[in-house]
Design a protein around this ligand. Sequence first.
Ligand code: COA
Length: 730
Amino acid sequence: MQIKGGHIKDLFEPKSIAIVGVSNKKSKIGYKILYNVISGGYEGNIYPVNPKGGFILKKKVFKSIKDVPEKVDLATIVVSAKYVFPVVKECVDHGVKNVSIITSGFSEIGNVTLENEIADYAQKRGIRILGPNIFGIYSAQSSLNATFGPDCILPGKVAIITQSGALGLSMIGKTSVENIGLSAIVSVGNKSDIDEADLLEYLVKHDKTKIILMYIEGVCDGETLIRSLKKATKIKPVVVIKSGSSKRGAIAAASHTGSLAGSDKIFQEIMEQCGVLRAESIKDAFNWCKFLSQSSYPQGDKCVIITNGGGIGVMATDACEKFGISLYDDKEMLHTIFKDVTPDFGSTKNPIDLTGQATSKDYNLALEAALKNDNIHSVIALYCETAVFDADNLSHMIEENSKKFLKRKKPILFSIFGGEKTELCLNKLKKKHVPVFSDVYESVKSLGSLYKHNEYIIEKKEAFKKNKFQSGSSDVDILHFKNKYNLDLSKINTIIARIKADNRTFLLSNEAQELMKACNITVPSILIARTLDEAILASEKIGYPVVMKILSRDIIHKSDAGGVALNLENKAEVIDAYQAIMYRARQYNPHAHIDGIEVTEMVKKSTETIIGARRDSIFGPIVMFGLGGIYVEIMKDVSFRSFPLNTKDAMAMVKGIKSYPLLLGVRGEKKKDIPSVLDTILKLGALVYCCPDISDIEINPLVVFKDGKGSKAVDVRVLLSSSNNGDKNE
Ligand code: COA
């Protein structure tokens, strides 16, 4: 079987390329691709292929790929859909390493079988496929423009991977207009074989690529993508634009974890966990790519705003708060740094207000003061057009200061706002790769993305120092998590085997409690009674008040069947409740097999949370957290992460819900035992990770007591995956 990632380097850096389906008709895609390959300056061998032979664009045309005198690294296929498979077979026979299939008419229009057959055939024979349904690939490394897009692509530091062809093609044009240089642009189309994860492997190691932008519509193999993104973002920023609703939305909701798993929410939170910068618009994405590919990283988190306008300064301050940028606020120090460069009627409080009378000289002095001071780590410089400013010096002032800041590795952005002169200056500077914006919000947002990535890298480095564990083989991972979270895997597997032998895909509540105990998750005291006498004895042993619940594999929704009695305070109440539960259960389902009655401790009231874990069909193991009751049911106030995750990630997840302050204690209530919540999240994640048979677990509620007093998993619902099982589920 083909090793994934096999020939990806040859896709970006081919020594030879064939264009199968080349044409001498200028209107055809086959002609355009050959034209682009030649005019782009590709220096490898070029082999046009068309049964008619002859010459096109002065290149000899080969009648078949079989006649090409070498094993080419890349064959671009531009024949109509019905001829693609035979051409791929010829490519395989002729030792081609990669094919990029431009042709449309496959899975995107429902022609899934043919696409899969081609991909299977190629993969089994060690040939990689890009596409089908793509515009091709551009790689600055080898001056290769094997696309049917514009013939003139500006080389540079940004790599783009796009699922949308038309959008990708127009991005090529737009990047040129915006003066964004590309190191590569690849269209992945239907992703029959090569996907984003494969391409990331190459681009992460590619030194000339400083930032990667991905446009994603749908994810097929989320687990691999997560792994690749986690690796990539530790090295360089990855910006993602995601549109469209994912296939996940259609997955039947088996639990809250499932039903709350709005596809975009999961995607968003997992991307954040992977350190990805998610852009809402192409404009944001391009701004970030431009800025991050040319800026150095800040040495600390303190930022200063320098402005000649109060209003714009306040706008920038608001934006800083929104995008997580800390403003330097040591007033005395700020006064010392800026007092000599600010007029008496200005302000040395951050924002530093040079006032409307500021000239380029005033900006130079203030920026110099910020540059020299080590307590200031980044600068946002704002300019509102005024009649007193020597406008002819504006672009010079900005350019010179940008250079100085770059040299000293201190990030700076300019936001300039005004009329014609300012616009001219803006366009001139953009062409010179100077970080200048017309909108203050956009500039602050761009700096925010730099900080976000910087913080992610720092955090990951710290985590690596503390915990050298790196994901290895899956067996090693399982052993690691088993030990780390103290999971009794042999007991867990015995329980699961028993359920499977019983041909069930759900666990009875006592079995679910048993499973929790094997994970060292605290559950309420529980005893099973098969007679009234046993129920009385169990209640006395546990201590009043108690709860009684019917225990039957045929009655899943116990409350609906009248099979639950709460807060039973004494023997008389237990006798009444026992008889009532049995009677109602018989009425509800006369044929139900009744295993007995479960007597449990009545757990004291405290904050109720819901913790879930499931094996997502796209992203693999994911965990969910929310507060119980209306917070989850009505407000859908939940957060998700993919597993593995560390305690810090779990804390971010808990803090990520709006109702988090309730765990800190409100209206005189004590703070709740948050470490116990984190522990339960991590254990459930590890359980689903280590046991592929478990598809869903939900603790609802996990009652969390005051700090130091732990928590109890009161109700636990567990589903096994239905493969290999009979379907005796609800
Ligand atoms: N080997 C080499 N050349 C072959 C061939 C083979 N086995 N079989 C046919 N050809 C030749 C044809 O004779 C033709 O040559 P000609 O122009 O000299 O007559 C040439 O290859 C192209 O084939 P043709 O059947 O005429 O197709 P086309 O050029 O009209 O269209 C595609 C081909 C791939 C462009 C078209 O099918 C398609 O899919 N278009 C959409 C592409 C797209 O939008 N992709 C997604 C972008 S995001």
